[in-house]
Design a protein around this ligand. Structure first.
Ligand code: NAP
Length: 248
């Protein structure tokens, strides 16, 4: 099946590295114009440069997605430049792991701000123009940890579970306007985020993955590419685990 996109524009947050980079490059290669957002200007610029070098259309914008005002300003600028952002991929995320008894307010708040509040800020700014044109795709990158929980990741798990509830609510809110909202919940994927795990933890995780390996960023990008396409029009409010069979 050939996926089609009709010259759409996508915003991918956390596009500088890892999963977001793979999503941005996959959409770019499929002919979608991609706005690459990350915190660090060099990081999102290198993603946009790679898409353009491969023959696609892309632009970069450094935005701290945990900052409500920064997101509102950036979203305004995007709408002025591109009209509507048709496809929104909320992918930027961080971890600040620790047992709950030792978790600092700052570690809790930073993870909630970056992984959950950011999605609210972008959707608030960009969903209305999608609704007006009667077409939009919102794809939020959560985690299997939002479904399963994980000792030492109460902040991250709460943020990702919150993102799931948020997504189902906006799916209901915007369905009448043909704007869909779905969740992709990756399992363990080889990126900078999981590179910090030591051998013992990695071995324990592998035991829980039926396919017996970590995933690649492109495994997530392929699912997002489908959900962003014309062909996914009848799918909304769903959670897709891409996790080697970890959650079933
Ligand atoms: P990563 O390699 O650590 O990359 C994270 C990206 O998010 C970077 O581009 C980073 O920007 C950006 N980012 C972080 N904080 C930001 C902020 N405040 N404002 C703007 N951008 C910010 O992470 P990843 O492994 O690709 O993870 C991507 C998403 O998938 C996250 O939401 C993560 O929770 C989720 N996920 C990952 C896994 C996994 O196994 N890797 C599993 C489940 C879910 P800079 O490049 O500028 O630093």
């Amino acid at each position: 099946m050939q996926l089609s996109y009709n010259n759409r524009t996508a915003l991918v947050t956390g596009a500088g590295r890892g999963i977001g980079r793979a999503i941005a490059e996959t959409l770019g290669a499929a002919g979608v114009r991609v706005i690459c957002v990350s915190k660090n200007a060099e990081s999102c610029q290198s993603a946009a440069d790679a898409i353009v070098a491969a023959g696609g259309q892309a632009t970069a914008m450094a935005v701290d997605v945990s900052d409500s005002q920064a997101v509102a300003t950036a979203a305004d600028a995007m709408i002025k430049e591109f009209g509507t952002v048709d496809i929104l991929v909320n992918n930027a995320g961080i971890t600040r792991d620790g047992l709950i008894m030792r978790m600092k307010d700052e570690e809790w708040n930073m993870v909630l701000q970056t992984n959950l509040n950011s999605a609210f800020y972008w959707v608030r700014a960009l969903a209305q123009p999608m609704a007006r044109q009667r077409w939009g795709r919102i794809i939020n990158i959560a985690s299997v940890i939002g479904l399963m929980g994980n000792a030492g990741q109460a902040n991250y798990s709460a943020a990702k579970a919150g993102l799931m509830g948020f997504t189902r609510s906006i799916a209901r809110e915007y369905a009448k306007r043909s704007v869909t909202a779905n969740i992709v919940a990756p399992g363990f994927i080889q990126t900078d985020m999981t590179a910090v795990l030591d051998e013992k933890i990695t071995a324990a995780i592998l035991q829980q993955i039926p396919l017996n390996r970590f995933g690649q960023a492109t495994d997530i990008a392929n699912m997002v590419a489908y959900l962003a396409s014309e062909q996914s029009a009848y799918i909304t409010g769903q959670t897709f685990t891409v996790d080697g069979g970890m959650v079933m």
